[in-house]
Design a protein around this ligand. Structure first.
Ligand code: NG6
Ligand code: CA
Length: 540
């Protein structure tokens, strides 16, 4: 499918646009040639720096460039105006850990056990030696760094040694440096991990993390509920830190603990430093935002910036982060040398365990836009999320309907940097670089598997306009985002036509048994084959 030129087609209605476009092209080329700070021919053809910005739990309808009107996200909107905004951009799962696993490895998470939502003491889920976006780009000569939420486990089989060396971790799978929130912030502990160690850990105050209450007098969200600054609604009632109770218990490490309100600023500070350090070298930065995951506790300066409570305010905070990173690229004259990819790790959820007003203050906002479902669901709202690419001076701005997925970053970036992939690496990742760069006539995927969490037999298979749902446990989660987390009894299989019914409201399986059968077989084959990237392409 072709990319449409959003900006210019708004100004010049067809058919004049068809005539004006070639003239504009010539003018633009001439203009670029004349401007001194435009990239040289050499820098245009050199592989760019790469920044992947991944939001957490951000839905298809959560940004103003994707139709939100209850809040404004000017910085991400600008990214979209200067780049390609995908209307069929996906993450591969509707929860965090499997999407992140797949984004980095290029493998569907359901193929590997232990890739569901990681608990606080999870060991490293991506084993050393696994090819990842980071290892591919490192081999291509890039400096590679990850800043922000990790949630892919740390340490060997016995889990993280919080007081010692936290390895294996990102540094063992291709990253040169990391500055992390180790799990997700509703899980303990609230400390930063820099490379292999907890930052600012006092050896006289060791950190202990576990799932068993450490002592009878340990304060929890149950024993000291009235003292909490944000109450919990389900789960999240164990150790209290910064007035918020969490999943899991911890003691010690007091000097190392951070305030939730300061996370976004820290990610920006560390990312800016990373970019600055690598101003003269190619770099890959994975900016892994914690916004807008629970506990939503944005910095005080963003609190109240929307009418939607802390969920809305966290979106504004995330938009601010994007703006700061783009300012840094501009200041260092790197905008034309950097491919920026913005995406989310799963769809939206309102009440994800804390009483933060997300539901009560939602108003007319629809976090999944016109789509059904959200986080935890294989309806489109669970995995179809904002996805934007920008490479100034290289990408022709526009809107693309091509189907692209975060799982495709690995093979696409390998192609962009001229790296070959081994046959057994990135087995579900397709080289869609042309589509990501909005090249004319570039094709996206013809199919995509969506999963919810872990390996429970629930899948969505999109093939063209058709979408098959398979529910291993005959239960669908979070199908209606604008109410408390739902759990609905459903048939094992459902079929939808996304062209006629983008909101997946009418199950047409009974009307199209042959199509359903074909898709069931395709799904089974994809699972049984253990790969979807064609072997021929592996040595291309
Ligand atoms: C769930 C948590 C939810 C969130 C999610 C992971 C409960 C009741 N729910 O188990 O709050 O933490 O895991 O979210 O504990 S994710 O975006 O990191 O996948
Ligand atoms: Ca998430």
């Amino acid at each position: 499918m072709q990319t449409t030129n959003q900006a210019t087609s708004k100004i010049f209605p067809f058919p004049y646009f068809a005539l004006i476009q070639p003239c504009l092209f010539v003018l633009l080329c001439f203009g670029s040639f004349c401007l001194a700070d435009q990239p040289t021919q050499e820098s245009r053809s050199a592989p760019p720096n790469v920044i992947v910005i991944m939001a957490d739990d951000l839905g298809y309808g959560d940004l103003s460039c994707y139709g939100a009107t209850s809040l404004q996200t000017p910085n991400i909107d600008k990214l979209a105006e200067e780049g390609i905004r995908f209307t069929n951009g996906y993450c591969s799962a509707s929860t965090c850990t499997p999407t992140r696993y797949s984004m980095l490895t290029g493998n569907y998470a359901f193929r590997t056990r232990g890739t569901g939502i990681a608990p606080p003491n999870a060991p490293s889920i991506i084993k050393p030696g696994t090819e990842t976006v980071a290892s591919i780009l490192k081999r291509a000569g890039y400096q590679t760094g990850v800043v922000g939420k990790w949630h892919l486990g740390l340490g060997g089989e016995s889990g993280p040694d919080w007081n010692g060396d936290l390895q294996p971790g990102p540094l063992e799978i291709g990253f040169d440096s990391c500055f992390l929130l180790p799990t997700t912030n509703d899980r303990v502990p609230q400390v930063y991990v820099e490379d292999h160690n907890v930052l600012n850990l006092d050896p006289d105050d060791p950190l202990w993390v576990g799932m068993k209450k450490p002592s009878d007098d340990h304060h929890t969200g149950i024993t000291h509920r009235e003292a909490l600054k944000m109450d919990w609604s389900h789960g999240h009632n164990m150790t209290i830190h910064n007035g918020i109770s969490r999943i899991g218990f911890y003691t010690g490490g007091h000097k190392a603990r951070f305030r939730d309100e300061d996370l976004a600023d820290k990610w920006v500070e560390k990312s800016n430093a990373f970019i600055q350090q690598n101003v003269d070298k190619p770099f890959f930065l994975f900016f892994s935002s914690h916004d807008i995951h629970v506990p939503r506790m944005p910095h005080e300066r963003f609190q109240g910036s929307t009418t939607m409570g802390y969920r809305g305010d966290s979106i504004i905070q995330m938009d601010w982060c994007v703006g700061e990173l783009m300012k840094t690229l501009d200041r260092l004259k790197l905008a034309e040398k950097t491919l920026v990819i913005f995406c989310s790790d799963n769809g939206p959820v309102m009440d994800d365990g804390y009483k933060d007003g997300a539901l009560e203050q939602l108003g007319a906002h629809r976090a999944a836009g016109p789509l059904t479902g959200g986080k935890y669901s294989v309806y489109e709202g669970g995995t179809r999320t904002p996805l934007i690419t920008r490479w100034k001076g290289r990408v022709q701005p526009g809107v693309s309907e091509n189907i692209v997925c975060t799982i495709d970053f690995a093979a696409s970036l390998a192609a962009l940097t001229g790296r070959e992939l081994a046959e057994d690496a990135c087995v579900d990742s397709f080289n869609l670089m042309d589509a990501f760069l909005g090249s004319a006539n570039a094709a996206g995927r013809d199919h995509l598997i969506q999963q919810d969490n872990g390996n429970n037999g629930t899948f969505g298979l999109r093939a063209g306009d058709w979408k098959l749902h398979k529910y291993g446990k005959k239960k669908a989660f979070n199908t209606i985002v604008e109410q408390k987390l739902t759990r609905t009894k459903v048939a094992e299989f459902q079929l939808f036509n996304l062209k006629d019914d983008p909101a997946e409201k009418t199950d047409v399986l009974a009307d199209h048994p042959k199509i359903a059968e074909k898709l069931k077989q395709r799904l089974e084959k994809i699972i049984a084959d253990g790969r979807t990237r064609p072997i021929a392409a592996a040595v291309k």
